[in-house]
Design a protein. Structure first.
Ligand SMILES: Cc1cc2nc3c(=O)[nH]c(=O)nc-3n(C[C@H](O)[C@H](O)[C@H](O)COP(=O)(O)O)c2cc1C
Length: 190
């Protein structure tokens, strides 16, 4: 898969088939994050992978889904939950001032890498951090930034032209995600 295909095919997925993701692929995704750009090359982003059914069951209530959708369409139904989670941490003993950007670059490498293996992802900022800290036994010197939910997709998602709302919507098993036009975001070419 070339880079354009990966970028264009990456859409947030919130319903998953229950086939497990091989551990080697999950580790490979972290390896893609490992070599992402980092301010001053100071690499403060670290990860916890959750893949066992028992731990997945405990992680599931600690993330919140699709705030733009009506409540009954937000959360994956039983049997369509993620089959893995990657918790994204910042090691405050080595963080520097641009670390938020480093997190973004690292996460995007994971999301695009996942597409190349046919894996869907949901980057999640709406998480119950302190409950995740307790569940995963994360020391206090780590900031818990985000969770990435992963699994083989069991829904589709398409890009729509932006009209006057950023809200995405869902029809049957398909997400519709408005994106602004190219000409509207390139202010000038000089
Ligand atoms: C920083 C960040 C935080 C997000 N947090 C959540 C979240 O907590 N729950 C969720 O369901 N989606 C979350 N998303 C996914 C966005 O809703 C999604 O990226 C957006 O609707 C655009 O859809 P697309 O990824 O398919 O382009 C988050 C995305 C980003 C970049």
């Amino acid at each position: 898969m070339d880079i354009e295909e990966a970028i264009k095919n990456r859409r947030t997925i919130r319903r998953f088939k229950q086939d497990p993701i091989p551990s080697e692929i999950l580790k490979k995704l972290i390896d893609y994050a490992r070599i992402a750009p980092a301010g001053s090359n100071i690499q403060c982003v670290e990860y916890i992978i959750v893949e066992s059914p028992a731990m997945r069951e405990k992680m599931f209530p600690l993330v919140r889904w699709a705030a733009s959708l009506p409540e009954e369409l937000r959360t994956p139904e039983r049997g369509r939950e993620p089959t893995a989670y990657i918790t994204v941490l910042v090691n405050t003993k080595i963080k520097q001032s641009y670390y938020e950007f480093d997190v973004g670059a690292a996460v995007e490498n994971i999301l695009l890498g996942a597409v190349s293996f046919g894996i869907g992802t949901c980057w999640m900022g709406s998480i119950k951090s302190e409950k995740i800290r307790a569940l995963l036994d994360i020391p206090d010197f780590y900031e818990i930034k985000h969770v990435i939910s992963l699994g083989y997709p069991d829904e589709t998602s398409v890009i729509e032209p932006y009209k006057n709302s950023f809200k995405y919507w869902k029809v049957e098993n398909e997400m519709h995600v408005p994106k602004r036009k190219l000409d509207d975001i390139i202010l000038k070419m000089m």
